[in-house]
Design a protein around this ligand. Structure first.
Ligand code: ADP
Ligand code: MG
Ligand code: MG
Length: 209
């Protein structure tokens, strides 16, 4: 069963950039409802810059690709999501010096979630990207521990992230701009949880093909 290596890491970032491009309008619409309407453009700009940064990179392992992506997101995206996703990718990258099996990738993804929580201080249920990352990491770990292949574990994580994003609809935001709306944030899907679901869906897609 194939490992998560540099070509797959690069394919993941390219697939995210394409998905963000395709879903930019929807992400912006969600952020217009409970934020400032820039989530789609923030991620589009960040991942486009990551692609440019990867063009000149001779990766020493999958982690180098993801660390470079993280550093680029931190430097190019001003919104909350830039530093949060940037630190997540840097942490995932730091945990992947070599091609990784599903169990190692599970721990790397968990390190990414830890980095998000260390920076943003959000708890599950606060209506943030944490609400999609948390079930995704749990599902990836459970699948990997049960001997799942990379595509199987990533598909379980993507399904869990989708559900986590949908489950943000009835929540009241307690972190980020949406929290300024108080009860008026209820009834809308969180844009960041939605983009996190995209990240995990693209991981499932690129490992399955
Ligand atoms: P900004 O809010 O600065 O305009 P974005 O629109 O790009 O940044 O990102 C908004 C998303 O960031 C929210 O939908 C939410 O998921 C996420 N977010 C905001 N604050 C936090 C936080 N403290 N922890 C985790 N995620 C957060
Ligand atoms: Mg915004
Ligand atoms: Mg903004």
């Amino acid at each position: 069963t194939p490992l998560f290596d540099s070509p797959l890491a690069e394919a993941w970032i390219r697939a995210i950039a394409a998905a963000v491009e395709e879903e930019q309008a929807r992400l912006t619409e969600l952020d217009s409802a409970i934020g400032d309407g820039d989530h789609g453009s923030n991620l589009q700009r960040g991942f486009a810059a990551a692609l440019t940064a990867l063009d000149g990179l001779q990766p020493t392992g999958p982690g180098a690709v993801l660390s470079k992506t993280g550093a680029t997101l931190i430097s190019k995206v001003g919104g909350a999501s830039g530093p949060l996703y940037g630190k997540a990718f840097r942490a995932i990258g730091a945990a992947l010096p070599e091609p990784a099996d599903p169990a190692v990738l599970a721990e790397a993804l968990a390190a990414g979630l830890d980095a998000i929580r260390a920076l943003g201080k959000a708890e599950p249920g606060d209506k943030t990207i944490v609400d999609a990352w948390t079930p995704a990491v749990a599902a990836f770990r459970t699948a990997a521990a049960a001997g799942a292949t990379l595509p199987e574990a990533a598909t379980a994580a993507a399904d869990a992230a989708d559900q986590g994003a949908r489950d943000t609809v009835p929540l009241q935001a307690r972190k980020g701009r949406a929290s300024y709306l108080g009860e008026r944030s209820i009834g809308h899907q969180d844009p960041g949880a939605t983009s996190t679901a995209l990240l995990f869906r693209t991981l499932a897609d690129i490992t399955s093909h």
